[in-house]
Write a protein that binds this ligand. Structure first.
Ligand code: NAI
Length: 291
């Protein structure tokens, strides 16, 4: 069986590991502590049980789960013999560069090193590896939650070869997802550039007293036909993530007109579902229920 490594077992990493295991890959899943990995494995098991209940899993939950090998801390040992690494650690360029340098040292020369970054430059991350590997560094941007969201952006950095893009497009298809190739390493790629404008426009309508999150979300769902309201989606993604990505895109030259309401929520640590309150209130931190 082909083996891949997923580095980071948080919100995105555990979902990405689950996807690869569902597609039959052996997965080395790395994080910095056993507690985080135990929580990730529990989340994966719960999610697999739901997939099974919906009749979309032919194997046993335990069989799929047994393909995921938790590894504490050691990126080097986790990438030995892999054909692909997907990095999903915190959105911090220095942490990501350290992970890539370590993976470069230990992964087979033909292995692809992909990053799930939402906002950081793929080209700069690639500069953490030896020049001869840079053609194999690429963006592989999943959406939250990876098991449910159909789209994956495949982002070409300045050094990424067409062959690498083609191989990653093939992986995405094997996971049962829809690849969209982003040919230039622009801030926010495609989806986050569009979302940034939508979030900003919706937020300014509320900030100027012209509407409310409830009305805008109802219009978004029932008139525009979006699957989720604009404010509910921000709460679901996490307003800390929304603020961080917007700031990172701005630093890279994306022209924006930041809305004070989003910044206020971040300052008040009202991050959305994860903290129990954002634009809406939730029963408890981490408990999602349609408001
Ligand atoms: P998270 O904070 O939930 O998880 C990050 C994990 O990385 C943590 O468990 C942390 O312990 C681990 N970690 C930190 N340093 C590490 C290291 N040196 N080695 C191994 N593990 C390490 O973050 P989240 O939300 O999963 O984001 C991960 C990446 O995915 C970020 O680049 C983010 O921009 C991107 N992303 C996030 C989305 C979201 O909706 N949260 C959506 C799409 C992409």
């Amino acid at each position: 069986m082909p083996r891949v490594a997923v580095i980071g077992a948080g919100t995105m990493g555990h979902g990405i590991a689950e996807l690869f295991a569902l597609a039959g890959y052996e997965v080395n899943l790395v994080d910095i502590s056993q507690d985080i990995l135990n929580k990730a494995l529990r989340n994966i098991e719960d999610s697999l049980k739901k997939v099974k209940e919906r009749g979309r899993l032919k194997e046993d939950v335990a069989t799929v789960l047994s393909r995921i090998r938790p590894v504490v801390g050691d990126v080097c040992s986790a990438v030995v013999g892999v054909e692909l690494m997907v990095e999903a650690v915190v959105e911090d360029i220095e942490v990501k560069k350290r992970v890539f340098a370590e993976a470069d040292r230990c992964a087979p020369p033909e292995a692809i090193l992909a990053t799930n970054t939402s906002s950081l430059p793929i080209t700069e991350i690639a500069e953490a590896v030896k020049p001869e590997r840079r053609t194999k560094v690429v963006g592989m941007h999943f959406f939250n939650p990876p098991v449910l969201m159909p789209l994956v952006e495949v982002i070409k950095g300045q050094y990424t070869s067409d062959e690498t893009v083609k191989r990653v497009v093939d992986y995405v298809k094997k996971l049962g997802k829809e690849p969209v190739v982003v040919n230039r390493d622009v801030p926010g790629f495609i989806v986050n550039r569009i979302l940034a404008r939508v979030n900003e426009a919706a937020c300014w309508l509320v900030a100027r007293g012209l509407s409310t999150p409830e009305v805008i979300d109802a219009v978004a769902i029932y008139k525009v036909g979006l699957p989720m309201g604009v404010f509910l989606l921000m709460d679901f993604v996490g307003l800390d993530v929304v603020c961080f990505v917007a700031e990172a895109m701005k630093k890279r030259g994306f022209k924006s007109h930041p809305c004070p309401l989003i910044l206020e929520k971040c300052q008040q640590k009202k991050y959305g579902v994860k903290s129990g309150e954002g634009f809406y209130k939730y029963p408890a931190p981490g408990k999602f229920q349609w408001p």
